[in-house]
Design a protein around this ligand. Sequence first.
Ligand SMILES: [Fe+2]
Length: 246
Amino acid sequence: MKIKKSITDDLIENGFTRINCNNYELSKTERESFNVFQNYYKSLPPDKFLHLVDPENIHNCYRYRRWGRYSLNPLNLSLKELGHIPYNQSRKYNKNAGDIERDFAPLTEGILNNLFLKSLIINNFKLFPTSNSMMAKIWHVYVHLIKISTDHNGIGKPSPEGIHQDDVDFFSIHLIKKVNCDGGKAIIYNLKEIELERIDLNRPLDSYYVIDSKLMHDVEDIFKRTNIGRAERSILILSFKSFINK
Ligand SMILES: [Fe+2]
């Protein structure tokens, strides 16, 4: 995989940036592997903890997801699968579901070994601004496959928790598929919650990258573009978090 846009300076200056899909150059096998990866979203299990962050919609599960983790050695850029554990955010970062172990469905063996996914993680890490001290730390990569799929206008909230941070160093969001969907733009704020930009991801692999500590973010609710069928927005979130020195 080759990412043709250099974004490191932009990230340092603004804390976020976007990359359009045509900047990702995939080999034939990576392209095939991406097609396989897209198909994993057809059978994502429901998010059984959605009611914690969106209590008004307890009878309406519109979010489907899996999650998993790797460790990343920043020096040789190797990935190692970490065993499945429940996802747990601090209450400081997630008022409604923080400090609660949400045991989302795990990544399957096929996903964990997917060539496109591993290649994207490594190439993304190379784009983020990392100091020498950061390179000496232990890094974990959190992988979230998330699909919002709804038959109801406005009842499809990619970010029901509202404006927030993720408590990681860096993250990237990659569109996997969008069907019959209006809204769903990512909204980037500064730390005073003043809006800086809305980012619309339209084609598979349209993406944006964020330094989490510098900004806050949210995502618009999604709406059906036509009355026929459901609105769907599937994304891949890759989060990079460093820990105390090895
Ligand atoms: Fe987030």
